[in-house]
Design a protein around this ligand. Sequence first.
Ligand code: ZN
Length: 155
Amino acid sequence: MSGLEQLYQQIIMDHSKSPHGYGLTEGDVTSHQRNPVCGDEVTLALRWSADGTRVEEVAWEGSGCSISQASASLFATLAAEDADAGNAWTPDDLQAFIDEFREALRSRGQIPLDEERFGDAAALSGVSKFVARVKCAMLAWVAAEDLLTRRAAEA
Ligand code: ZN
């Protein structure tokens, strides 16, 4: 295993052990996603700015394998870091992240996640070599996409 792969594995372990963004509240609009193959579950909420234009926080709860839980945690961390930096996501920004993530994860190791954009979540790049685990890593991102789609339908 290369040094980079070891670092990535450590990041995934850390996030599965002490997840970020964990905890939903009553007012959250959530999407519940299951990966029956692995037994993973993620319920995720996007918390929008007061004017409803930007994602200020990603919150979630779930259970399952370390990849599914670490991916949700890394997704929440990425949202928080961008919001803290003054770059809270618009719906288009979020959709772009989801599309890039999906493309990389389905690439069977051909397209790594861009570390400049994805930060620690780039640690999930290696999952794309394991086709059976791609759904685990996608779960939180699929939940976010579901929320975006529902939101667009209501607007
Ligand atoms: Zn899993």
